[in-house]
Design a binder for this molecule. Structure first.
Ligand code: PLP
Length: 431
């Protein structure tokens, strides 16, 4: 079976004439899997429909936000109600306070929170605050963690125990990159070594506490605790980037699940319910350094936008209902068990990794614990797998290094269909 994607392909050609690469975010181009992107016209629940009328079971969920499913009636109705009252005022609204209260109640580290418009803005602003608060300039980031495209964080650190950052993109000045020191994920000694050497100059360490951007990798036992301890010792800040994991792996994110509380937390994706959003928050004493209370400047014309707040509030309310995370866990476990059975039946050895409702199937026989081991995956096999899944109406992230996301809208039937498709796709990889 091969789906007809003629119209999507034509639309992509048209887009390429006026948009760089035909996409407004590079991850949307299917270049690494040797295919062309789909043009989606509408989505409902767990399904998306492309311009050719094909139906897909969606495990991308707009790269994470759509955890209650697409076009959830309550979210849609709330947005419609809000837009009828006006789409932006540039003044405070009670929606912003309501959203802030929900976040403060949910996320252990957050006593005060500032809304922004994207995850990138959240991490950029958190870093500025960390630098302004500590009076130090250097930051540690972990290789393979993605924190958006801010200059300080777009660092391609290369391999090795620790490397001084080199720019990951033309346009990032070397002077800025030099202030970022990279260390491998899950290697506490590497971070301690950096602190030994540069401790007095390090404003913060930022990480995805469970990674999603080199595939799903969980922290080794004691790793997050170790980072907490060493940052305390050197009076540096610990920043958890929970843009992806916040309200996904648990209502209160990784920090609730693992019981390690950072100084600052970055959020995005789910808290906007599908509208553009980001947020950063933390201890009141630190957050009070932000303008207008303090000297660290950060602002935004559309920050706390009423439509985004409304979609986010409605989504968080749905996620706050009893049993929701148990449901997500059950669905995710069921799918991953099915994949495990398929691998066994076919005699294939791939590494599966899952944290709650986000998971990866690595084409690697060995455990994937950091960027180096992630890089050992067989991306050619992944490309075959991806295309075969797509042909069967299963929409996955178009890279081995993207996490898959479960939503509340995925049904037993969806999961069963996905397991069957997975068998066929793995068989194609084997052949
Ligand atoms: N941080 C993490 C962990 C992310 O996964 C992402 C995006 O995927 C970002 C930050 C950047 O967020 P945005 O794309 O909204 O700028």
């Amino acid at each position: 079976m091969s789906l007809d994607r003629k119209k999507s392909n034509e639309l992509f050609q048209e887009a390429k004439e006026v948009i760089p690469g035909g996409v407004n975010s590079p991850v949307r181009a299917f270049s690494s899997v040797g295919a062309e992107p789909l043009f989606i016209e509408e989505a409902e629940g767990s399904k998306m429909y492309d311009a050719d009328g094909n139906e897909y079971i969606d495990y991308v969920g707009s790269w994470g936000p759509m955890i209650v499913g697409h076009s959830h009636p309550k979210v849609t109705e709330a947005i419609q109600g809000a837009v009828a009252k006006g789409s932006s005022f540039g003044t405070p609204t009670t929606l912003e306070t309501e959203m802030a209260k929900l976040v403060v109640e949910a996320v252990p580290s957050i006593e005060k929170v500032r809304m922004v418009n994207s995850g990138t803005e959240a991490t950029m602003s958190a870093l500025r605050l960390a630098r302004g608060y500590t009076g130090k300039d250097k930051i540690i980031k972990l290789t393979g963690c993605y924190h958006g495209h801010g200059d300080s964080l777009l660092i391609n650190a290369g391999s090795g125990v620790t490397t001084l950052g080199i720019p990951g993109s033309p346009g990032v000045p070397e002077k800025i990159a030099k202030e970022t020191i990279a260390a491998p994920y899950n290697d506490l000694d590497a971070v301690k070594d950096i602190f030994d050497k540069y401790g007095d100059d390090i404003a913060a360490i930022i990480l995805e506490p469970v990674t999603g951007n080199m595939g799903v990798i969980r922290p080794k036992k004691g790793y997050l605790e170790g980072l907490r301890k060493v940052t305390n010792e050197y009076e540096s800040l610990l920043i958890f980037d929970e843009v992806m994991t916040g309200f996904r792996v648990a209502y209160g994110g990784v920090q609730e699940k693992y019981g390690v509380t950072p100084d600052l937390t970055c959020l995005g994706k789910i808290i906007g319910g599908g509208l553009p959003v980001g947020a950063y928050g933390g201890k009141e004493e630190i957050m009070n350094h932000i303008a207008p209370d303090g000297p660290v400047y950060q602002a935004g014309t559309l920050s706390g936008n009423p439509l985004a707040m409304t979609a986010g509030i409605e989504t968080l309310k749905l996620l706050g209902e009893p049993g929701v995370y148990e449901q997500l866990e059950e669905k995710s476990a069921k799918l991953n068990e099915g994949i495990k059975d398929n691998l066994e039946k076919l005699g294939l050895n791939c590494y599966q990794s899952r944290e709650g409702a986000m998971f990866s199937l690595f084409f690697n026989e060995n455990p994937v614990v950091d960027y180096a081991t992630a890089q050992e995956c067989d991306t050619d096999s992944f490309a075959i797998y991806f295309r075969k899944m797509l042909e069967q109406g299963i929409y996955l992230g178009c890279s081995q290094f993207e996490a898959a996301f479960m939503s509340l809208a995925h049904t037993d039937k969806d999961i069963q269909k996905t397991i069957e498709a997975n068998y066929n796709a793995l068989k194609a990889v084997k052949e």
